[in-house]
Design a protein around this ligand. Structure first.
Ligand SMILES: [Zn+2]
Ligand SMILES: [Zn+2]
Length: 469
């Protein structure tokens, strides 16, 4: 057989190479793949009208349902038709216009506070929410990660994949998170009087459409129901599952003991993640009875009420995690039994500060500081504490335990989850039945019912709420 007929001539190979290079991928992708990628024409959706909950001004009543007019989509922008979004507790103040601790001392200035002279977020018209799930309806010409028609999670945590933190394996700290202040936002729509409309964190969620850039979007290729997806892809479930199963922060081994402090939707996702990771003992801690009962249904082996245990809480966890022996040469965890019990191998702290006083059982400390300290103290020597919540103020810890107790503290966004790596995996956990989303989404409302559902979230009369649009 001649080399000419088989196509293996030098000229033929060069010609093939030139075709691949012309396709724009330097031969790394097949021509059909590159052709498909390059067919993403520029978006033509402009001036579409859509309904959005827009927040502006101060105090109660700052969030109202408006019809707004979309601006053109370009560059790396992605437009997603919202199908479900979680009503995150961290947004209660911004949506409802309530102030935590009114009249009390001002919170300490955060390192993340905007620089002096910045415009005030409250003066801007902003669609609140930070993420959700939906279907891509338009993309800018530079978008590669998703295509029109893709089912996506608009993630509360972005992942650019090329910043220093993403490259170091900490995409939960991606540089895009450092640019979500009032001065960083660009308008994506206008109100009928011409007022520009922005979105919380460049993503929003409390609207029929979310307009973002591709760094915030994760394609999820699934046919699961929208409520389950809205839950598992929410910032809180991603953080709970991230802290326990992503191995981004700590690695929970099969058989380990895990304590979860705070059983809101984040903590209840962490309880499930600990079960999925194979923990043999999962101690759920929450002041609200229905949340403790729910924790036991979704995977906890024990439940404790911090209002009953009070200062004895850490000691109770040490007792529960007591090993069958304290004998020094026989695998005892607390040789010589100088203090009873062992402590949890892993503690996930997920309590956080109250935005408003809850209408169900209040916890021991509205600032969230006490549960964070207790989390540290109930951890085994040599164990791991993963903090996920938002507290008000500064924490103090026993210096010796902090210094030589061998407790490793892991802090991070999204429980250390890496969005493109982990969110599709969390969706598989939903599909396989490993993750129970339905039990967590205790309120489901269409878009017009959003404010009422947010009241339930704020006062903790529901575990969490999903808005479908
Ligand atoms: Zn959130
Ligand atoms: Zn990055």
């Amino acid at each position: 057989m001649s080399s000419t007929k088989s196509g293996l001539t030098r000229r033929g190979l060069l010609k093939k190479g030139a075709t691949a290079a012309a396709a724009g991928a330097a031969g790394l992708l097949t021509p059909s793949q590159t052709a498909a990628e390059s067919t993403q024409g520029p978006a033509v959706v402009t001036r579409a009208r859509f309904k959005a909950w827009v927040s502006r001004g101060d105090g109660r009543g700052r969030t109202t349902l408006q019809e707004v007019i979309l601006r053109p989509i370009g560059g790396r922008q992605v437009m997603v038709r919202t199908e479900a979004t979680n009503l995150c507790y961290s947004n209660v103040g911004a949506v409802l216009g309530v102030q935590p601790n009114p009249g009390g001392p001002a919170p300490p200035v955060s390192a993340l506070a905007p620089p002096p002279g910045s415009r005030r977020m409250n003066d801007m018209a902003v669609i609140q929410g930070h993420g959700g799930i939906g279907t891509v309806e338009a993309v800018g010409p530079e978008v590669r990660r998703v295509r029109v028609g893709d089912k996506v999670c608009v993630s509360g945590t972005p992942q650019c994949g090329s910043c220093y933190r993403c490259l170091r394996g900490r995409s939960d700290m991606c540089q895009f998170l450092s640019a979500i202040g009032a001065d960083d936002l660009t308008p994506i729509a206008d109100m009928s009087d011409g007022t520009p409309v922005f979105e919380n964190s460049h993503i929003g969620g409390l609207a029929e459409l979310m307009v973002t850039t591709e760094e915030w979007v994760v394609p999820i290729f699934t046919k699961s129901d929208v409520v389950g997806l809205g839950m598992v892809c929410s910032c809180v479930s991603v953080a709970g599952l991230g802290a326990t199963t992503s191995q981004g922060l700590a690695v929970i081994e099969p058989g380990a003991s895990v304590a979860v402090v705070g059983c809101g939707p984040l903590g209840l996702s962490a309880v499930q993640g600990a079960r999925i990771a194979g923990a043999s003992m999962i101690i759920a801690i929450d002041p609200i009875r229905v949340r403790r009962e729910l924790a036991l249904r979704v995977g906890a082996t024990h439940a404790l009420d911090p209002n009953v245990e009070r200062d004895n809480l850490a000691q109770r966890v040490r007792e529960l995690t007591t090993w069958p022996t304290d004998r020094l040469w026989s695998g005892g965890r607390n040789p010589a039994g100088r203090r009873p019990g062992a402590g949890a191998d892993f503690v996930v702290e997920a309590a956080g500060a109250d935005q408003v006083p809850p209408k169900l059982e209040a916890g021991p400390d509205p600032t969230g500081i006490t549960p964070m300290q207790q989390a540290y103290q109930m951890c085994a020597l040599g164990g791991h504490v993963i903090t996920t919540s938002l507290v008000r103020g500064n924490i103090t810890l026993p210096g010796n335990l902090f210094s030589i107790g061998g407790v490793t503290h892991h802090g991070g966004q999204a429980g250390g989850a890496s969005p493109m790596r982990d969110i599709p995996k969390f969706v598989r956990m939903l599909e396989s039945g490993q993750f129970d989303a339905k039990s967590l989404a205790t309120t489901v409302v269409p878009l017009p019912g959003m404010l009422e559902a947010y009241e339930q979230v704020a006062y903790r009369t529901t575990v969490t709420a999903i808005m479908t649009a």
